[in-house]
Each structure stands twice: as C-alpha cells, then as structure tokens.
Design a protein around this ligand. Sequence first.
Ligand code: ATP
Length: 685
Amino acid sequence: MTGIGNQTNNVPGKLDQHLAGLSVGDSSDARPGGSGPKRYIPPHLRGKPPTEPAGKTTTLERTSSWSGNMAAARDRSRSSERVAGNETGRVAMGREDTSDVRRTAGGGGFGGGRGDAMTRTTTWAGRREDSGGRGGAPVRPGASGMWAGGKHVHGQRNQRLEAELFGVVDDPERMQTGINFEKYDDIPVDASGRDPPAPITNFEEADLEPLLLENIKMSGYRVPTPVQKSSISYGRAGRDMMACAQTGSGKTGGFLFPILNESFRKGPSEAQGGDGRGHYRSRAVRPIALILSPTRELTMQISEEARKFCYRSWVRPCVVYGGADIVGQMRLMERGCDLLVATPGRLVDLIERGRVSLSNIRYLVLDEADRMLDMGFEPQIRRIVEKEDMPGVDERHTLMFSATFPRDIQMLARDFLKDYIFLSVGRVGATSENITQRIEYVEDEDKLSVLLDILTSGDTSRLTLVFVETKRMADRLSEDLLYNNIPASAIHGDRTQRERERALESFRTGRTPVLVATAVAARGLDIPNVTLVVNYDLPTDTDDYVHRVGRTGRAGNTGTAVSFFNRGNRSISRNLIELLKESNQDIPDWLTIVAREGSGFGSGRGRGRGGFSSGPSRGSGFRDQRSSGGGFGGRNDRDFRPSHGAPSAAPAGRSGGARGGSGYSHNGPPPMPPALENDPKNSWF
Ligand SMILES: Nc1ncnc2c1ncn2[C@@H]1O[C@H](COP(=O)(O)OP(=O)(O)OP(=O)(O)O)[C@@H](O)[C@H]1O
C-alpha cells in the first residue's frame, strides 16, 4: 500500500497487525468447501469444538440471555453519562466564574451550563462607537473589541479566555496537526470558473487583518490548508465559491477566514438595533454573517471555532440550534450577534418570532449543503435565503461547501451563487489517504465479538467511534459494550439534546472512549484523538461512508477505519472498491468477487444518489491522472462540476442503478476471475 499514512497515531502498527490477525481470511474455521468467506471465531472460542450450529446464536439471543445483566448495564450506562454530565456541569461553572471572559466569548461551547453562563454576559462589542451600547449605554473598553472612529479597536488580552479558547501547549483536548499535514499540499487542486484568483501561499504574506492573523497563530495554525489558501484569496476578490475538499482538511477555516478578514477590515454596518419595521421586529438581531449547518453538534462546533478567530474583535459569534431552550438563545442573541451559526429549522422559528432579521447579511455560508438537502431542509433554506429579508445574491458574498455536487446542489448553487468558482481539493467525495481503511467480512451475529476483539486490542484509551444504522442499535450496542466493561456512550436523534451533548463531552474527554453513533455524528465532527472508526453497520451510501471514516485521520493525522461487511452490504461493494482504490487502500479479493457478482444490483443509491450521470467535467491533469486504472469505471461519475463554473441549467437524469462504463453488461452474468469461474462454490450471494 502506498498510502501516506497507514498507522494509527497512538499505536503505530499495532492495531493494523491485530486487525490483520483478526482477518476472516486468516481464521482456521473455513466454510465447508473452503472457498467462501470463513466464519469468524472469537478468541475465547478458538480451538474449541462448536457448541451451537453456525448462525443460530445471534447477538440478539446472546443479549437476551444476558438480560439479567442488562439492567445493570443500563445503570452503568446512565451513571457513566451522569459522571460526564457532572463534568460538563463543572466546566460550565468554571465558565460562569469567568464572567469577564464570557464578555468576549460571545457564544458557543458544549455543555448544558452554557446558557446560564452566557446570560450573565455583558458586552459592548460589535457596535459602532457612534451608535453607543445597547440602550444607549456608554461604550466601554474591555476584553471585547469594538469598532470606533472607523477603526477596529482590539479588546485586551485575557489569559484565562485564551486558555479556554486555544488550550495550552500540546493540549490533548485540542487537535494537533499530524505528520502528514504538509502533504495536503500534494493534493491536486482544481478551480473552475471565470478567472479564479491565485491562492495565497502562506498566512503571513496574505495581507490578513492583523488580529485574524494573531488568532490563527494562537490556534496553532502555521500553514493554510489548500482550501483555506484558495478561499482567503477568493474572499478578498469578493468571489462566491462552491467548494469540495476532503474530510478534516480545514473547511471550517476555509469559510471563517475570508468572512472574518473582510469583516475585521470593513467593520459593522451602519444599521444596528431596530430595523425600522416597527415594534414587532424591533428586538430582532441583524447579523452580518450567517452560517447554516445541518446538525446541532456541527453547528455548535462551528461556533466554537468562530469564537477563537473572533477573539478580541468587534465580531460576536452566536449560535442557535434546535432541541435547546429557545428563550435562552434569544436572550443570548440580544447581547450581541454579528455572526450567526444556525440550524435551518431553529433559524426559521426565530425569524417567525421576529427575533432575527437577515437584512444586514453580507456573508452567507451553507456548510454540508448536500447533507442539509438530504435531511429535507431545502424548503427552510430557500425560505431563509430567498423569501425573507436577506439581501439578494448580488449584494452578499456566498460560500457553499458540499461533499458532492449532485443536481439538487447544482440548482441551489445556480440560485444562491453568482459568477462562482468551483473549487475541488482532491477527488470530489474521496476519502483521505491519511485513513487506513480495512474491510472485514463479518456476519451479523459475529459483529459484537469482533468489535470486542478490536476494542480490547492495542491502546484501549484511544477514542473509537462506532457507527450503526439505527437508534435502537446504538442504544443496544452501547449497553452490550458496557456489559463487557467497555466504557461507552451513545449518540442518536432520539436522545435529548442534553444527553447528546453529554455523550459527546464524555467521549471527547476520554471518560467513555467508545461512542456508538448513528449518522447524526457522521458529518463535520472534529474530535481530537479519534484514531479508530468502526462501521459496525456499513451505510448504504458511499458519501456517508466517506464522512464516517473521515472522523479520523484529520489535520494530517493518521487513523484507521474498519468496516464490517456481509451479504447485506453488497449494494455498496462496487463503489466501495472505487473509493478504496483511489485512496490507495488494500482491497480484499473477496470484495472484488462480490462486486463482480453483484454487478446488476445497482441500487441507485451510493455514489449515484442525486447525481448527474452526464456531463462530468474532465480535462484537468490531475483528474485524468487519478482516474486511470479503475477497474469498475465510473470513477469520475462523482465529479459533477460544471465545465466553466456556471451550473448547467439543463436538467439531467439521475443516475439510477449501475452506471455505464463498468465494462460488462448488466443483463448477463458478470465475468469471474479465470481461476474461479468454474468453481460453483465461489458464488456467495
Ligand atoms: N491551517 C491549519 N493548520 C492546522 N490545523 C488546522 C488548519 N486548518 C484546520 N485545522 C484543524 O484541522 C481539523 C479539521 O478541520 P475542519 O473541522 O475544519 O475540517 P473539515 O474539512 O471541515 O472536515 P469535515 O469534512 O469532516 O467537516 C480541526 O481540528 C482544525 O482545527
């Protein structure tokens, strides 16, 4: 394998070796006939005669036979999260103590106590001097910055706040860049559209606002990632952009830096306070920047990042998301809201209550735009952008980030962006080479045992994210893990927001180093030291796969992703092989056979979901180069960019099912490898 990273951070080589040892192919218990997938034998049963017929003992049966212990497991689960909750409470109290600190903070932060802490906040930032403080209060200098006399007056430094925002040297709770960080520069970048400005080369010579540069340095960023290099340059030129870049490669900075650079330079708008629409809207806040993101956790995380880069500036970030007390959020907004990070549903609610006006918006960001559409947010997004009081596309600067560029995203781009630059860093929708990916054949009933093997091997303190498909399974599996003395918690959509935050916090701090999650944690979450991702259940969609495994191998760090595959996952096999190939991963022989056998099963999901089957732009050197050698064709079918930056208005059909270019007809049987084609036992499915 020529991947740039093939070891985990914490246990170089160990996990890989162990996983190799666990490989189904290495099991001594071959299926009769010897040619098919071999049954996994957990360590404690290896070398012993089988006690039950294969396939009879299911995880479920085992679980119920442990029912006597399940209540205890549940108790342990609750108490484990209670501890985490207490810790969160402590953090919140700590924050309350630093009331001066919070004046600058302006919003954000995990933990249920945040609201209380924030309600004590008093700020004078974010106002023009001539407009005075809220209610005519005198403007006072402090840790917050302000805009006065046409100048950006920076707030005073505050060590406690700096420790909270930026951590300490080598802080284990902060993401440190990894050994492969500089290799981001080797990833081919492609920009299409009218005259894309040249990317910046480094932060120092980019003519950034001094305070932004200082905050970037304090965040430990030394060199911009490719997406940041381009976006800063486009921001300065006032260009809209649509960007696709690999997981963990700094897209958040990619939209925050240009927005903040321009905001720090230009200052707030004249209009603050009431918007002249009468009493009903007089309490509306009027942010200059709006960032929409699909999930609550991602929204909070973006706001935390924004807090860092807004430190000591006049710009006050604020966050609103569903599932949390809306009254508390409104109170916080009133204390200053220049940059609003929001989930679409909660924002619509606040607009309807007359608490947010979008009339001042200069910068609009849609992060994870494809996910927002998947989640059914398009009506809310269109309402927010097109039907409320937001300035039109020519009056604002709009940035969209999306893993894919299917038809519905193209339509949004056509309506929301003007003369935009399409930026892709690496292959659209590809996984990072920093992630070593392994696919293991594991029957459903063996999954728990294999997982336990993996979790108890190597460094047990490493953070592991385990993805499952259903909320019930997330609960059940976390209980099973607790029963087996593995501290675990679960995060999914049926848990209350408080429970979700507690589970995340307890995971982040390592108190429960295993987090069982549904898709809710698949996108955007940036948690340091997650060195292992397990797809206990593989998703049906390869974009979801890319995002899930992308929770590790971030910021140039390396990580490992193990996916359990069995006959229930065959619909993803071909696209999975494409992904593995393009990130230089080992592909198990059996997976190739499965993909060949299943050539007719194209489900219309996976890579094809919502995508154009026609019109991929080709011709850039790197795309041609990287697309060579694909055995299953269609490697460019995820590259739906328009050829010259303007989206194609002509509707194109979605690619349903298997696509052309696979090299064989879907009507006939797929060709078998010569050595196997005459062996009937080779047919698995
Ligand atoms: N220039 C930089 N130097 C050092 N670290 C950086 C830099 N840019 C971003 N990071 C860090 O890299 C990590 C990943 O960044 P970020 O979360 O923005 O990635 P992303 O591309 O948005 O990922 P995803 O696709 O999963 O949402 C973060 O911890 C961030 O602090």
